[in-house]
Design a protein around this ligand. Structure first.
Ligand SMILES: Nc1ncnc2c1ncn2[C@@H]1O[C@H](COP(=O)(O)OP(=O)(O)OP(=O)(O)O)[C@@H](O)[C@H]1O
Ligand SMILES: [Mg+2]
Length: 265
């Protein structure tokens, strides 16, 4: 802390703020694969309207964080459209800008941790796991609905989400499950089937739903990279030279020492 000159206002030093941010960033438990994710590097082509909207919604959370009263987002869409990327980008930026106490959890992993810490004697889940989830100023819950919806899973989800809902704490969800089926023939499950009607209802109030459409970015990146075929063909280009070099070492002349010596003379 230092006192601002000409006043009696105390302010945290810049070095302390940096330390604090680093501490908060580490405590947020963002998986290494996503630690680099920012809003700036989330790309969208001109025609990808849903991605621009998703980016704008993420930006709105960042700009209005102090006045949004805990209303978060549900990013929904197919695999690889960048839902987790955007959720992490929000979390990162809130730590950076506001030094928010944030936490990232993949929902399935959180449920497993709670299950592992379950105490059959007291019949309560270990608060060591749950309390930080209740208290985090901003929580990313990745892959909502991915776990098999047993009664226990639904009760636990309800406990977590209801607590945060009551406390008006900001939560960002991602899910692969949409709210509606594509058409009458589509028999796949929707989000409500996975998390139950009561929970879906609460989510409407505590979050805005943002549907992201588009190609799987992972697949697009893999296709843009030089393929093994390309790599192999490069090898083949070099191979005649290598083979020639190998063959020259084992050429009949060298395998026939007499002749070799003879030609050396
Ligand atoms: N529009 C984008 N611009 C830049 N990188 C992107 C974009 N979309 C996705 N990515 C990158 O692609 C990878 C996959 O994205 P991500 O994991 O966020 O997708 P997802 O929608 O959460 O997929 P899943 O449903 O499988 O969880 C990540 O490395 C992410 O950084
Ligand atoms: Mg994801």
């Amino acid at each position: 802390m230092h006192v601002l000159p000409g006043s009696n206002v105390a302010q945290r030093c810049a070095c302390q703020t940096l330390d604090q941010r680093q501490r908060l960033f580490r405590a947020a438990h963002i998986p290494p694969r996503y630690q680099h994710c920012t809003l700036q590097d989330y790309k969208a082509a001109d025609a990808e309207t849903s991605k621009w909207i998703a980016k704008a919604e993420a930006q709105r959370i960042l700009d209005d964080y102090l006045v949004i009263d805990g209303r978060g987002l549900v990013f929904t869409g197919a695999v690889g459209v960048g839902k987790t990327h955007l959720a992490v980008a929000i979390l990162r930026e809130l730590i950076e800008r506001y030094q928010a106490h944030g936490l990232f959890y993949q929902f399935g992993a959180l449920l497993r941790q709670i299950q592992d810490s379950y105490n059959p004697v007291s019949q309560t889940s270990e608060l060591k796991v749950l309390q930080p989830v209740f208290d985090a100023e901003v929580l990313v819950l990745d892959e909502l609905g991915a776990s098999k919806p047993t009664d226990w899973v639904r009760d636990t989800m309800m406990q977590i989400i209801n607590t945060r809902y009551n406390d008006k704490r900001l939560t960002i969800f991602t899910t692969n499950y949409l709210d509606t089926r594509k058409n009458e023939k589509d028999i796949g499950e929707i989000l409500e089937d996975r998390i139950g009607t009561a929970l879906r209802s609460r989510l409407y109030e505590m979050c805005k739903t943002v549907v992201i459409e588009g190609e799987d970015y992972r697949k697009a990146m893999a296709n843009a990279r030089p393929t093994w075929r390309g790599g192999t063909s490069l090898l083949f280009q070099k191979q005649p030279i290598r083979l020639w070099a190998v063959r020259s070492c084992h050429s009949p002349a060298r395998l026939l020492p007499g002749r070799w010596r003879h030609s050396e003379r």
